[in-house]
Design a protein. Structure first.
Length: 291
């Protein structure tokens, strides 16, 4: 009888226990994520996936402990740590290791804006010697009587992939006014400027590649020649796809079952696209990992 009453009390108290645990976990994970994103170069995708695994594991462990399964709760935490460790191996293959540079002053990005109907559009040129990942743009709008709008238009402009030095993105829309009252605004007075930009460091050594498209299987080939003095252990490629946007292309060794590889100085290796991709053009190496 006492055992049944204790079980009933545990069941009734379960929602309260989980609610308190959820608040604590979300506060812990959210605070940690904020600190990591603000003060380190940790990729946001890592924060999201690790945060999801941590929340799920702690909530499940709390539920098991509440009903007397403390040992199982410990096993769940251990499994979650193993999952995150295994995920790091995958991240190392997928996410490039290029250093990120965040600038808020003396930004080597040119910008020009124009009015297209009821919209403000900008074109951006990367004037740096590194890849441009994203650019923050602020446009000050004006009303028809000449007074400035209380809140400028702001937008982070990014594209399919990193922009090479000297390349340009054209006609990115920043804002548009309501079509039924354009007379309220004087769009020709609008002024735009770059307020921040994220760059990725260009590789110190880039191997020679020969791209061989495969129209049949769709698994195109990259013939890589390491004509540098360092050993290469990972390459990241980008190509313009059939949708006319540049995007990251995952690859693996074409003639080996192993996913890891090394290309010694003077050596060659053939990589192939991991998935069937058709219509790829303008392929290039954008990140290199060296030993």
């Amino acid at each position: 009888m006492n055992r049944n009453a204790d079980l009933v009390l545990r069941v009734l108290a379960f929602p309260i226990v989980m609610a308190i645990t959820q608040l604590r976990v979300l506060g812990l994970v959210g605070g940690t994520a904020f600190l990591l994103l603000a003060h380190t170069d940790v990729e946001p995708v890592r924060i999201i996936i690790y945060g999801f695994v941590a929340v799920a594991a702690i909530m499940l462990a709390t539920a098991l402990s509440h009903f007397g399964g403390g040992l199982l709760g410990g096993v769940v935490i251990v499994v979650a740590v193993i999952v995150m460790w295994k995920s790091e191996v995958i991240f190392d293959r997928v996410i490039p290791t290029s250093d990120r540079i965040h600038l808020t002053e003396n930004i080597p990005v040119s910008i020009r804006h124009s009015v297209s109907g009821d919209a403000i559009v900008v074109s951006i040129i990367n004037n740096s010697s590194d890849w441009l990942e994203a650019t923050g743009v602020v446009c000050q709008g004006y009303f028809a009587d000449g007074s400035p709008m209380e809140r400028p238009w702001t937008k982070t402009v990014s594209w399919g992939h990193w922009l090479a030095p000297g390349e340009e993105i054209e006609r990115a829309q920043i804002a548009s006014v309501y079509p039924d009252d354009p007379s309220r605004y004087d769009l020709d007075r609008t002024t735009c400027r770059v307020v921040h930009a994220d760059f990725r460091r260009m590789p110190a050594f880039i191997p020679s590649i020969e791209f061989e498209p495969q129209s049949g299987s769709g698994h195109s080939l990259f013939h890589v020649t390491n004509d540098n003095s360092v050993t290469i252990c990972r390459l990241w490629f980008s190509c313009i796809g059939s949708n006319r946007f540049r995007e990251s292309i995952s690859t693996r060794p074409a003639y080996s079952e192993e996913l890891d590889y090394q290309i010694e100085p003077g050596g060659t290796l053939t990589l192939m696209t991991s998935d069937a991709r058709y219509g790829l053009t303008s392929c290039r190496v954008y990140a290199v990992k060296m030993l």
